[in-house]
Write a protein that binds this ligand. Structure first.
Ligand code: SF4
Length: 606
């Protein structure tokens, strides 16, 4: 098969046993790779109802046909598991160099199950996998771990690691890889905690197999044709990184602040990409062979945190640690972000959980004494301390480590009304109230509160009516197919959206035809996206997800945005219900949100 290694590797972290299965053409063409392959493998190999920390749960790393080709943004991989935060399917993608190196092992996926008695790292090469001792690495940061293993394995090896948060089973623990100062973070859903429960500190990959492409000339022609739109479309990303979004989204009235009590932030300018770039930019960083270089390294040159060199906080992180906490201290955002990368935690989940803590404090539901450090709106020193306490489950950090939903349940009878989460996954920075496409998108996302199921990007475009529900279920369906296909090929969202199209369109079909040699149409790719969404939904239905779970945060459904350009917007239950009816209808699911046998049959899902 062109574009694939054609092999799936299974590793039992408990016994050290490994085996290899062939990835057949039928399955590859049906689910593409990456996200789709991981969903199929999790559905087949994780017993239903199993606890996320049970050895029987699996962590799947998967790449796709685009990985390690010449397509811009090709060094991207997907990692998936049953999430300890949500109890349902979760996947997260990441960049750097690790994904391309993994592809060079000749495996399209590695499935890690079991639980080791001692800390280990999994070493994957073209010959297979082995477990290596990692006792000395336990307790170390992600960067220290990556550097130590890379030093032992050689400069051509790449490593992705968990930090102390994963070891302590923080329910939103992440994984981080480093390459030439470019971090790749698989942030969402606590996948790092599942690896921690398995006592797998890291996954190291090394290989030299080349990805063969069916029609190199056709692929080259496509890339040439898309070069100009890609360059133009990614100009802001190349200049400022994702932080350029702060100003326009605040201007639109959709930048959640003070735990979503408002959706404008008076101090947005101070934490905008332009302002921080002017004050702190040090250098650009990029994933392997990507011309965009959306990563930025900052050097904090003022205030109490002067001298810190750290990655630019992404837009989502600026929202979570900035506006949501009423915090306009720009340097603290870079510091909190760096701590989260090093300790291995998702910045969105942690920031949104801390925002709940701020509001609970304000309401007198919890006291500063319980928290153990001075904290509240705008208190960035307390925020930084709580980041560290959470990673190691120290004091009140132990409760924050459970995520916003579980924490809120333990704090007050009405606590969950203040939580900005869907299906237990804290929401990112694209408003569930100010963008109707996100309202239905978040409610139906297979991961819960994720902006990588239904995309916000098209909804910010001039001419898109963000305020009406008209056509939004149709939009969400198409957008979800697009993200499923993109994460399965696997190609970076930024390069694909801006260079190749916001939906499954002809450039993607041309890309797949050129790489695989299959005579793939847009329609076939769209069906692959639908198949992948249904595989994930089947996984979730097996875990008990039904219509009752397809809801939005209480505040989104019951409290209109109080002021600003989007004042009055929210998504009341009746409005959401009408969109859900239409969405299920489009999907061929029953009224309770369960895929029908007829639809699954048509998609070839047995
Ligand atoms: S656009 Fe940014 S995240 Fe995507 S591959 Fe390029 S550098 Fe990496």
């Amino acid at each position: 098969m062109k574009g694939y290694g054609g092999r799936i590797l299974f590793v039992d972290a408990g016994t050290g046993e490994t085996r290899v299965e062939t990835l057949g053409e039928e399955l590859a063409r049906a689910v593409l790779g990456g996200n789709g392959l991981a969903a199929r493998l999790l559905l087949d190999h994780v017993p239903d109802g199993v606890d996320a920390f049970d050895p029987a749960n699996a962590v799947v790393f998967a790449v796709g046909p685009v990985t390690d080709t010449t397509v811009p943004g090709n060094s991207r991989a997907c990692v998936a598991t049953k999430s300890p935060l949500t109890g349902i399917f979760c996947d997260s993608t990441f960049g750097g160099r690790w994904p391309a190196t993994f592809k060079r092992t000749g495996f399209d996926a590695v499935v890690i199950t079991g639980q080791s008695t001692e800390p280990v790292y999994v070493r994957v090469t073209e010959a297979g996998a082995e477990l290596r001792p990692a006792r000395e690495l336990w307790g170390r940061s992600t960067r220290e771990t990556v550097e130590a293993i890379a030093a032992a394995e050689g400069a051509s090896a790449d490593v992705i690691a968990i930090g102390p948060a994963g070891e302590h089973r923080v329910r939103f623990a992440a994984l981080t890889t480093y390459w030439k100062n470019r971090e790749g973070v698989a942030g969402r859903g606590g996948i790092g905690a599942v690896l921690g429960a398995k006592r797998v500190k890291a996954v190291c990959v090394a290989g030299a197999r080349k990805t063969e492409v069916a029609d190199g000339a056709a692929l080259k022609a496509l890339i040439e044709e898309r070069r100009e739109p890609l360059t133009t479309g990614t100009k802001a990303l190349s200049t400022w990184g994702t932080s350029f979004l702060v100003k326009p989204i605040n201007t639109l009235g959709g930048l959640g602040s003070f735990n979503l009590q408002r959706e404008v932030f008076a101090d947005a300018l101070a934490i905008s990409g332009e302002e921080m770039h002017a004050k702190y930019h040090d250098k650009d960083t990029t994933c392997l062979k990507c011309p965009v270089a959306c990563g930025k390294q900052y050097e904090i040159r003022d205030g109490e945190l002067r001298g810190i060199k750290a990655k630019m906080p992404e837009y989502e992180t600026i929202f979570a640690f900035g506006s949501m906490l009423g915090n306009a201290h720009a340097g603290s955002l870079a510091k909190a972000n760096d701590l989260c990368d090093l300790l291995g935690m998702d910045t969105i989940s942690l920031g949104v959980t801390l925002a709940f803590v701020c509001e609970a404090l304000e309401r007198g539901w919890i006291t500063e004494r319980e928290i153990g450090v001075p904290f509240g709106w705008g208190n960035w020193e307390g925020m930084l301390r709580l980041v560290e306490m959470t990673a190691r489950r120290e004091g009140f950090g132990d409760r924050i480590a459970e995520g916003a939903w579980r924490l809120a349940e333990s704090v007050h009878a009405e606590g969950t009304r203040l939580v900005y989460a869907v299906k237990g996954l804290e929401l990112p920075a694209h408003s569930a109230r100010a963008l109707k496409g996100m309202s239905i998108g978040y409610a139906t996302a297979t991961r819960g509160g994720s902006h990588h199921d239904t995309r916000p990007t098209p909804q910010y475009a001039p001419g898109f009516d963000r305020t009406s529900t008209e056509g939004k279920p149709e939009f969400a369906v198409r957008s979800q197919h697009f993200t499923a296909v993109g994460d399965s090929l696997v190609v970076c969202r930024f390069t694909s959206e801006r260079g190749y199209g916001l939906f499954v369109e002809e450039p993607y079909a041309r890309m797949v035809r050129a790489i695989t040699g299959w005579d793939v149409s847009v329609e076939e790719l769209e069906r692959a996206g639908e198949r992948i969404v249904n595989l994930e939904r089947c996984f979730n239905v097996r875990e008990g997800v039904r219509r009752a779970a397809d809801v939005l945060p209480w505040r989104v459904m019951h409290e209109p945005i109080p002021d600003g350009p989007s004042a009055g917007m929210h998504c009341p239950p009746a409005e959401l219900g009408a969109m859900l009816d239409r969405y299920y209808d489009l999907r061929g699911w029953d009224a309770d949100g369960v895929p029908t046998a007829a639809r699954l049959g048509a998609l070839g899902i047995g």
